[in-house]
Design a protein around this ligand. Structure first.
Ligand SMILES: [Fe+2]
Length: 238
């Protein structure tokens, strides 16, 4: 079974459209998203509409849960006060502009999607099996991977949240961070589409980088009234 996974889209409709075309060309049988559908870019309503229209199922991210329920805080982590101020502005903007229909969709997203294929148990969730805002980076100690794996009976775990893609094989489990479609943070501004091909004897993972009109996406951030800061970041892939 071959699937395409869209991590953290964050309101970037230009990136999502390009990612979807790439997924179609890859012959993926099914496309999933990993949540965090709004914030940083302005098209949260359009992103949700696109996902509905194309039957792209997915899970709830921290940003979805907090926007849908009008929480005080998005549950994100910041490295400095400037980032915190910018992120707060983006969160307030998104809560204000997400339509009731969008919020209802975000509220109803499941925490995980689980299925079995080729005798392998697969689970998709936003950040970790038990907490939707913990950052599961590749350099976490083995102990962390072991603890997270113990929270689910899956053989293959697929998640996002950090916006930095990786695959790690460890103690008979496969951990796949699918990166981000709409706001990569690994220095490559191209959208990341993660293709996962699961067969009886192997699991192939490809992080396809898809070019899209980043300049257009950046100028739409600026005209929307969101901080210019985020327009600069998506151009840099940061
Ligand atoms: Fe995110």
């Amino acid at each position: 079974m071959k699937i395409a996974v869209f991590g953290d889209i964050h309101g970037n409709i230009e990136a999502l459209k390009a990612a979807y075309q790439a997924a179609l060309s890859s012959n993926a049988e099914k496309v999933y998203h990993l949540g965090d559908l709004g914030g940083y870019s302005p098209f949260v309503n359009e992103v949700v509409e696109f996902l509905r229209e194309h039957n792209i199922d997915g899970v709830q991210g921290n940003y979805d849960e907090t926007v849908a329920n009008d929480r005080e805080h998005c549950g994100c982590k910041y490295e400095d006060p400037v980032q915190e101020e910018m992120a707060n502005r983006s969160f307030i903007w998104t809560k204000k502009h997400a339509s009731p229909k969008t919020k209802e969709y975000l509220r109803k997203l499941p925490i995980s999607i689980d299925f079995i294929t080729e005798d392998r148990r697969v689970t998709l969730f936003h950040a970790t099996p038990s907490k939707n805002n913990l950052y599961w980076y590749e350099d976490r100690p083995d102990k962390f991977f072991r603890e997270m794996a113990a929270k689910t009976d899956a053989d293959i775990m697929i998640f996002g949240h950090t916006h930095k893609p990786y695959r790690k094989d460890f103690e008979n489990k496969i951990f796949i961070n699918a990166g981000s479609v709409g706001k990569p943070k690994d220095g490559d501004p191209r959208s990341c589409v993660t293709l996962i091909d699961i067969t009886a004897d192997k699991v192939n993972v490809e992080f396809l980088r898809v070019p899209y009109d980043v300049e257009k996406a950046a100028s739409e951030i600026i005209t929307s009234g969101l901080p210019v800061y985020f327009a600069e970041r998506i151009k840099e892939g940061r």
